[in-house]
Write a protein that binds this ligand. Structure first.
Ligand SMILES: *[C@@H]1O[C@H](CO)[C@@H](O)[C@H](O)[C@H]1NC(C)=O
Ligand SMILES: *[C@@H]1O[C@H](CO)[C@@H](O)[C@H](O)[C@H]1NC(C)=O
Ligand SMILES: *[C@@H]1O[C@H](CO)[C@@H](O)[C@H](O)[C@H]1NC(C)=O
Length: 255
């Protein structure tokens, strides 16, 4: 599935950074949110995300994917940007994503306030906190975090990435969470969730599927999360899960 994943990612990045994709919108307005493709082509991706176009119509349990990670860990960024996020874009109907930014950080309880030390330093602690606060404050946190993690300067792009998807979310409020008790408590919750992992994590990115971690699941998630989610979903497979690969291959033949 590498081809289609990268294609969607490219379209999405073009949309994010001002590419002229809107001219490719050939759908009438009531169809704009009918699929991810039309939403992106018509430049209404974030509006459609806010509505329900990705919700499942089916009562079968979604595949629960949780990622325990650190905001500046290169392996985590790669996995999130090139695998988890594009998989979620295509399979949001049949999967849920939980992000727990903490990873190999340490916490100390200093007179009631938690003090954190992060593997990649203070900057990483700040990145983890921004992402944690966004996850608490908006349903659009996942694309915002994608925007941050896919850029060269994860932390300094936080404000731009927030504005991009939710112009009315005040950056001052995000920073108030980051610097205040709420962010401190939310990060402590991340610490508790991470410490509760069974088996305990010994590296990041660390993935659980339906709450479970095994070496086999981790390896499959790293190799192709997309195929893993499709194969584990027990309901009727969405069109993205089948046939697509062949279709894309047939478009690439050499004349
Ligand atoms: C989304 O779904 C919920 C319940 O499933 C409903 O209450 C809400 O109105 C829907 N929103 C839109 C924009 O359709
Ligand atoms: C941290 O300290 C506060 C107040 O000093 C206390 O209420 C809380 O239980 C402590 N938490 C832990 C995990 O020790
Ligand atoms: C945000 O955090 C508060 C606790 O600080 C919690 O009560 C609330 O449920 C959280 N909201 C979301 C959407 O996670």
């Amino acid at each position: 599935m590498k081809g289609p994943l990268l294609l969607i990612l490219t379209i999405l990045l073009n949309t994010q950074f001002g590419g002229a994709v809107h001219s490719s919108c050939t759908y009438s307005p009531h169809k704009w949110c009918s699929s991810l493709g039309s939403a992106i082509k018509c430049g209404v991706f974030k509006q459609c995300l806010e509505s329900n176009f990705t919700r499942s119509h089916d009562s079968v349990d979604k595949v629960e994917v949780a990622l325990y990670y650190e905001s500046l860990c290169p392996g985590c960024r790669n996995f999130f940007v090139f695998s988890l996020f594009p998989t979620w874009l295509m399979l949001a109907d049949i999967m849920t994503v939980t992000l727990v930014p903490y990873g190999n950080a340490q916490e100390k309880n200093v007179t009631g306030k938690y003090v954190f030390e992060c593997q990649h330093g203070k900057e990483e602690c700040l990145g983890n906190l921004i992402e944690t606060c966004l996850l608490n404050m908006t349903d659009l946190a996942i694309p915002m975090i994608f925007c941050m993690e896919s850029s060269t300067d994860v932390i300094n792009n936080g404000q731009m990435c927030t504005k991009l998807y939710k112009p009315d979310l005040n950056w001052g409020d995000v920073m108030k969470c980051v610097n205040g008790d709420q962010g401190n408590q939310l990060m402590h919750q991340n610490a508790l969730k991470t410490k509760a992992l069974n088996p305990p994590h010994d590296y990041v990115p660390w993935v659980t599927i339906n709450g479970e971690h095994t070496e086999d699941l981790q390896e499959k998630a790293m190799n192709s999360l997309f195929n893993l989610v499709c194969s584990l979903y027990k309901g009727k497979k969405p069109p993205a899960c089948g046939g697509k690969q062949k279709h894309f291959k047939s478009l690439c033949h050499n004349e």
